[in-house]
Write a protein that binds this ligand. Structure first.
Ligand code: F6P
Length: 326
């Protein structure tokens, strides 16, 4: 196995708060271990365009508290083609980069898995996505910050919902996962969460209507996870407006404000631990794994397990929300 002297680092896919803390940790842990660090800009696109520069420890000063990613990010269609990946490999050879640390979500790790197996190239992944939809890790970098942002937004909306005695449908992100919506609903005291994992098997809205929304209150908040399969907040609100014109319904789509902002302490700590662990893993000869955390312990998860779409929503959380919203 070729020894690793120089590592490349990139962020790809949707940005997530805490990615900068992870970039800082990877850079500093690598330099601490005597490795050279090269920053690859705009995710996998940077491997095709050659946007690469050496990073020293001062390049990552004063970024731990910043949201977004100083490396920029992109979703790169060319990297999805064999021709694009061949150019990316040539760039790595030319730049004398021996391994990559890739920070991102499902798409980033899928790209990493394909590239690593095609070129027998060492890659370690760090889960960075607000969606929390990667298996093998309890949580992903950015999820805690996004959840806190959602809770603050819902708290504000509740003030006006309760003043006007309205029913609000608030749409949150998550792509096709309901972690932000379900935990956001519990943390903000919402009446219900409509999430793709259960929306097809169980009509939450009918149940809510059947119960007369919240009998003890004259305003209600329903968090809806964005989902092409089950529809978003606008669709659910329309359904209620047509069937129950007596309800004063409003919709709020939180959108990209959920992706920005200074990372929480939890996300900064998680990113710092995962960044340092990624370098440890490469130094130990580990390849093609994602860093995960379970029961507060750092773990190495093979890419094939991390990107499997089988991260379960906890039934206990669903039941808790149901009980507490009576
Ligand atoms: O994966 C993160 C995420 O914010 C999803 O929750 C959302 O569906 C998607 O990215 C939005 O992507 P874009 O910023 O490209 O519109």
């Amino acid at each position: 196995m070729k020894s690793i002297k120089c590592i490349g680092i990139l962020t790809s896919g949707g940005d997530a708060p805490g990615m900068n803390a992870a970039i800082r940790a990877v850079t500093r842990a690598a330099i601490y271990n005597g490795l050279q660090v090269k920053a690859i800009y705009r995710g996998y696109k940077g491997l095709i365009t050659g946007e690469i520069t050496e990073f020293k420890t001062q390049n990552v000063s004063n970024i731990i508290q910043q949201g977004g990613t100083i490396l920029k990010t992109a979703r790169c269609a060319e990297f999805r083609t064999p021709e694009g990946r061949a150019i990316a490999h040539e760039t790595l050879v030319k730049e004398e980069i021996d391994a990559i640390v890739a920070i991102g979500g499902d798409g980033t790790l899928t790209g990493a898995r394909i590239f690593a197996s095609e070129f027998n190239f060492p890659i370690v992944g760090i889960p960075g996505t607000i969606d929390n939809d990667l298996s093998g890790t309890d949580t992903t970098i950015g999820y805690d910050t996004a959840l806190n942002t959602i809770v603050k937004a819902v708290d504000n909306i509740r003030d006006t919902a309760s003043s006007h005695e309205r029913l609000f449908f608030i749409e949150v992100m998550g792509r096709d996962a309901g972690f932000l919506a379900l935990n956001g609903a519990i943390a903000s005291g919402a009446e219900a969460a409509i999430i793709p994992e259960i929306a097809l098997e169980h009509d939450v809205l009918s149940e809510l209507i059947g119960n007369g929304f919240r009998k003890s209150k004259n305003s209600s908040i329903v968090l809806v996870a964005e989902s092409p399969e089950t529809g978003g907040a606008l669709e659910f609100a329309d359904r209620i407006k047509q069937e129950y014109p007596q309800y004063d319904v409003r919709v709020s789509i939180l959108g990209h404000l959920q992706r920005g902002g200074s990372p929480t302490a939890n996300d900064r700590i998680l990113a710092s631990r995962m960044g340092a662990a990624a370098i440890d893993a490469l130094m130990d000869g580990q390849r093609n794994v994602m860093i995960g955390v379970a029961n507060n312990e750092i773990l190495l998860i093979p890419f094939s397990k991390a990107i499997k779409k089988d991260k379960h929503i906890s039934r206990e959380l669903l039941q808790t929300l149901r009980i507490l919203s009576i």
